[in-house]
Design a protein around this ligand. Sequence first.
Ligand code: NAD
Length: 727
Amino acid sequence: MSDLLKAEIDGSGVGVITWDMAGHSMNVLSEDVLRAFEAEWRKLQEDDRVKGVVVTSAREEFIVGADINLLWRMRNWSAEDVFAQNQVLTRFFREIETAAKPTVAAVNGDALGGGFELALACRYRIMTDKDGVKLGLPEVMLGLLPGAGGTQRLARLLGPREALQYLTTGKNMRAEKALGFGVVHQIAAHDDLLAAAKAAILEGKVPAKAPWDEKGYAFPGDPAHSREWTQVFAGGGSMLRRETQGNYPAPQRIMACVYHGLQLSMDKALSFEGRQFTTLFMGPTSRNLIRTGWFGRNAANKLEKRPQGVPDTTFTKVGVIGAGVMGAGIASCTAAGGCDVVLLDVNEEAAQRGKQHVVDYFARQAAKGRMTKEKADEIAARVKPSTDYADLAGAQITIEAVFEDRGIKATVTAATEAATDAAHVFGTNTSTLPITGLAEAAERPEEFIGIHFFSPVEKMPLVEIIRGEKTSDHAAAVAMDYVKLIRKTPIVVNDSRGFYTSRVFGTYTREGFMMLTEGVSPAVIENVGKASGMPMGPLELIDMVGIDTGHKITHETIKEVGREAMAARGEPFEALGVLDWIVEEAERPGQKAGKGFYDYDADNKKTQIWPAVYERFPKKNDDVDVDELKRRFLHIQALETLRCMEEGVVTAPDDADVGSIFGWGFAPCHGGVISYVETIGVPAFLAQCEDLAEKYGKRFEPPQLLRDMAARGERFYPDEEPLQAAE
Ligand code: NAD
């Protein structure tokens, strides 16, 4: 017995192992529980009274996958040790599958990752009829593959075509589908699940062998090397390549597991799968995805960096001023977080327009089946349109999203402060204006903070919180509590022009403009941008964000910072020439106007790169070095991030990484800007930047911080061994 699971034998001779992991929020495959499970399962197998074993859980879920903390501890192991550990689990699951006494999975809730793999290793699987319960193998999203037989058993049950759809995307399967595929043998009423599982054993429903251990077994679909087989693997392979741009090795290796595994005996296939798992595990992509996508993001969501000693905030009312694009979106998210919102604008009509956006947004969610109509109405009803600052009384926090104008923002700040109490926090959603300057308009600058949302607000996961010089810990804590309330991911940075995210993001598009001026073909620029792992090419991206916005911000920065100062930092003004041309001369502000670097059709979908871009920037060189172009795109973002760290704008590498992926979509395969540098290695990255600086100018010059780190042999994530194996 342990406090992780319990085993018992009922009067009819069925052994039941019930997972219920004390001290864990969910049942996961940790080292301890596996040890306890194996011991109990063996005891039951050896007990003469026992006819068979049922595995189930006392929790809401069945088992939701590997304990990622355990995986993370293994990251500094050798490949041999990782493979050996993998095979211990794989062999145990195989033992369950081939044991004389049957094991039945009574899947009472979500079975994901290793939990689903355990169920698949049971010779009979019964699933609850409870709504919404999922089966799935999401390992691919962490750059891994299901390495405890998942690729093999699913492929043998579904055939390669169907199985790959699940394995390469991580998408979930519901009960009816699972029954259709034979992934589960039976669906039972939730309350009868255990009884049905026992009955399956007592009534002899469980087959003596897994289908693939029977003589003459053939997987569903056409056999290996048939026409269908070739289509699946040749066609699917090239499709994957197009989608991943070769940046994500896991789907390719999953495909290899299915391709080779289906042609091997189960035992050999499991060993092959283990080797593929190990290779992925030892490579940089899974490590980067786990570090930032899992640990970094979870730590941010749990507010691990929240200032200590400030009591948690209970939100009863949130003010939003400016009911435009951003304000209405902020109101939506706040209402969805369960809080009342006062949405204030200059007149009734504007405030009402913002409220209508909220109503329409949630109606669309309901129409898409994401929530009930009642729920949608309930959320929208929390938003009260207003023109009266007195309505803000009693709010814990107010966020202004009025025009990007210092004067207007100052008036709004003063009016809000007059209507609210001393503990109220004022957040500004300015995208460009430094917080310390805006806070000068405040009576209580210590309660003034930047809360920078991204557009479209409802969709974008990150919120960048910016502390001004006088911002207090109280304001930072309340802002973080607020971001948690609306279920977004916060990072906290210090003040700077463009803060962290906008400042770094701008370097990507700027590098694209520089390539245009050098005569690199626009199509090549776009394709290489995507191939580098960025979600879009730089020209498409600036079209979407608004070229006019980029143009305005750059000119304002020149006005406020000065040309000389910018030149001293290596600003390439040729890029500005591209912006001036497209905005001022060509009058093409971007996608919203239906014209930018791309042409757009009546539905505002891009059709082609505007032909005049090719004329204006004729191709000068056919012989481009694609790797170097990719490097320029990513290195320039990493360099600006390092400058932000040097200046104290960003204070920790994980903030930089989380902010880059969830803020502007920096190539997730690299785990964020700093993980990217770390993967290359500080000395090698430094040398590459020096090389680029020599060829392309001062903007690639490495900051002193990097030189110092290289000289001292330091790393950004020092508790991790540098990577050794290639993928
Ligand atoms: P918008 O023009 O869509 O909306 C601004 C709203 O503010 C309008 O409804 C306007 O009536 C209202 N307003 C103006 N003066 C006001 C006043 N004195 N009192 C109350 N309401 C007033 O603008 P937006 O795109 O929502 O941007 C708002 C802010 O958010 C700006 O500071 C902008 O820089 C920032 N921002 C925008 C984006 C973006 O992508 N649009 C992203 C991040 C931050």
